[in-house]
Each structure stands twice: as structure tokens, then as C-alpha cells.
Unconditional design. Structure first.
Length: 326
């Protein structure tokens, strides 16, 4: 079943459409990554799902509720972890969790929440004494204290060192084992790759790609071969590598192939015949970050090309979204 179902969702700020008729679904029990640059419509979409912003059009169903109604039964079933929470620094960790848990009909036990979030032994510590990573874990604990079915995680590891990030990833994996649905927004592509079952990329208010991170944008079929042109060689000297595509930037060559074996065979044969090594030869798949950057750049270029100069176009779109975030 779908925990979230979105159909033709639209949101306008004056004459600017920040979200332009998007559709997606999030299955129960999955970690869904929602990716996009600043001003893309990401925050607006998430706040509509959380019930904190009204939509201009379309249908939204979250756990069987319309978030716009703000029903108590809906609020009790979601947990929200913001980038920064305003917590009384002079309360103890256990006191904060008891306080927030009192707003829910069936809160989880404080000890259990501390274990899930890796805060064992910190129950009697004041919030002001916690490290940055521990404070972020407490933010997550507050999002879980009501035992929600759906958790919204907004940039959960911003500012973390590598070790703390990996610890936070373990917490998200624990949520999956508990059967929770997680809606994750992040700017870290490795985080999305590691945690998300599926991702959607939004750019200029439109969903430009959706699917498992490993196959997004054709990652599962594309292979990149990179090397430097041998001294004294020109791009025109390279062998015919069709149907692979070849891009040359100065002395650097990038070959993108769905069937890399044949392209490699022709390249290495050409190199051996000329007795000139392919310096810096590497074979790899595009990273999720490569695909993300390509998708968002293409979307921005497409929208900019269709906007008239007097519209404000991309800039107006981004400004509307960012202004609403502040």
C-alpha cells in the first residue's frame, strides 16, 4: 500500500508556479529520498505533505488523510525531524522526551527511544552539554517519541563528521526494520544512495526522474571510460567507437557506452597498435551525483529556454520558493 500518494500537485506563489503538477507515490515501509537544488520546489512539497502549507491544486493522500485538514489523527501518525529544533537547553534529555511524548496518546518508552537513537547513558544529561551529533540524535528522538508510522527527515546529517554520519545512517536503517516509512530530503548523494529504496529528483517544480538510486537516469546501463589523449594524437585519430558517445575536453576523453566491452577492445587495440599508452585509463559507472547534476542542469536549461526574458523565469521560480522557506 502507498503511505503517500500525490497526483497533479501544484503550488503557486502569485504568478510563479513553484510546483508544477507532480505525481509520485511512497510505499509503506520504504525509505524514499526526495532530492533537488535550492528553489526547486522541494521544501514546498514536503510542507504540503506535512500539512503546514496549503496546495493550489491536485490531490494528496498521506496515511489515508488529506494533510490540509490538519486532523489530530493525522498529526499523531507522523514524525517530523527538522534541520534544527528549538529545545530548552536546560532540560535533561529524558525530560525533553517525556515532555514531547505527553502530546501523543501512545508514546514509545524513553529508554527504547534512547536505544534506537544511540543516546543510551545520556538520559540525565542536560541538552546544553550534548555535542552537535548528539543534539541531532535528540532531534531524531523527538521525531520518534510519538511512535509515528511516517517520519519526515530533513537533511538529517548536515554538519556531521563522517563517523557521525554513518551512525545516523544506522538509525535510519533501524527505522526500516521497525516498519516505519521514511521520507528523506538530503543534499548528500552518497546518503541517498546508501539509504533510499527509491528517489525522486525535483527541479524547477517538476519531477525529472524517479526510481531506485542504482538505475536513476540510466546509471545501471551506462559506463564511462576516461583517459588522456596520447601525445601527438588528435580526437580525430581515435577509432570508431559507435554506438558509444565520445566527448573530448582538451586532452581528456570521456566515452559513455552501454556495452563497454567492445569500446574497450577497440580502444586498447588502437593503443597497442600505436604503442602509446592510454594514460589515466579508468572504467566506471556515473555516480548518483553525476546523474543528479545532469538532470537538474537539463531541467533548468529547458525551463530557461521556454521562459520569456520578462518573465523572470528560473530566477523568479527560485526566489518564490526560497522566500517561502525563510
Amino acid at each position: 500500500m502507498a503511505a503517500i500518494r500525490v497526483r497533479d500537485l501544484r503550488k503557486s506563489y502569485g504568478n510563479v508556479e513553484a510546483v508544477v503538477g507532480i505525481d509520485f507515490e511512497v510505499a509503506e515501509g520504504e525509505v524514499f529520498g526526495f532530492l533537488g537544488p535550492n528553489g526547486a520546489g522541494k521544501t514546498t512539497t514536503v510542507e504540503i505533505l506535512e500539512g503546514y502549507r496549503l496546495r493550489s491544486g491536485g490531490d494528496v493522500d498521506v496515511l489515508g488523510h488529506d494533510p490540509a485538514r490538519g486532523e489530530r489523527a493525522f498529526r499523531q501518525r507522523i514524525g517530523i525531524v527538522l534541520q534544527e529544533a528549538g529545545i530548552d537547553r536546560y532540560l535533561k534529555v529524558a525530560e525533553v522526551l517525556d515532555l514531547y511524548g505527553g502530546y501523543y496518546p501512545r508514546p514509545r518508552r524513553v529508554g527504547e527511544i534512547l536505544e534506537i537513537t544511540g543516546l543510551e547513558g545520556k538520559a540525565q544529561e542536560m541538552v546544553r552539554t550534548l555535542s552537535g551529533g548528539q543534539r541531532r540524535r535528540l532531534d531524531l528522538a523527538l521525531g520518534l517519541v510519538g511512535d509515528p508510522d511516517l517520519i519526515f527527515l530533513d537533511e538529517p546529517t548536515t554538519g556531521f563528521d563522517p563517523s557521525a554520519r554513518r551512525g545516523a545512517w544506522d538509525i535510519v536503517r533501524n527505522l526500516r526494520t521497525l516498519g516505519k516509512t521514511v521520507f528523506l530530503t538530503t543534499h548528500y548523494m552518497d546518503e541517498a544512495q546508501e539509504l533510499a529504496d527509491r528517489v525522486a529528483v525535483i527541479a524547477q517544480g517538476r519531477i525529472v526522474a524517479e526510481g531506485p538510486p542504482a538505475s536513476l537516469g540510466g546509471r545501471d546501463t551506462a559506463t564511462e571510460i576516461r583517459f588522456a589523449l596520447p601525445d601527438g594524437s588528435e580526437a580525430s585519430d581515435l577509432p570508431d567507437l559507435w554506438p558509444a558517445s565520445v566527448a573530448v575536453d582538451g586532452a581528456r576523453v570521456r566515452v559513455t557506452a552501454e556495452e563497454p566491452t567492445g569500446a574497450l577492445h577497440r580502444l586498447t587495440g588502437w593503443s597497442l597498435e600505436r604503442d602509446t599508452p592510454l594514460v589515466g585509463l579508468t572504467v566506471s559507472r556515473p555516480t548518483l551525483e553525476d546523474v543528479y547534476l545532469q538532470l537538474t542542469a537539463t531541467a533548468m536549461a529547458t525551463v530557461a529556454a521556454t521562459e520569456s526574458p520578462t518573465d523572470g523565469g528560473v530566477a523568479a521560480h527560485a526566489e518564490a520558493e526560497i522566500a517561502e522557506d525563510q
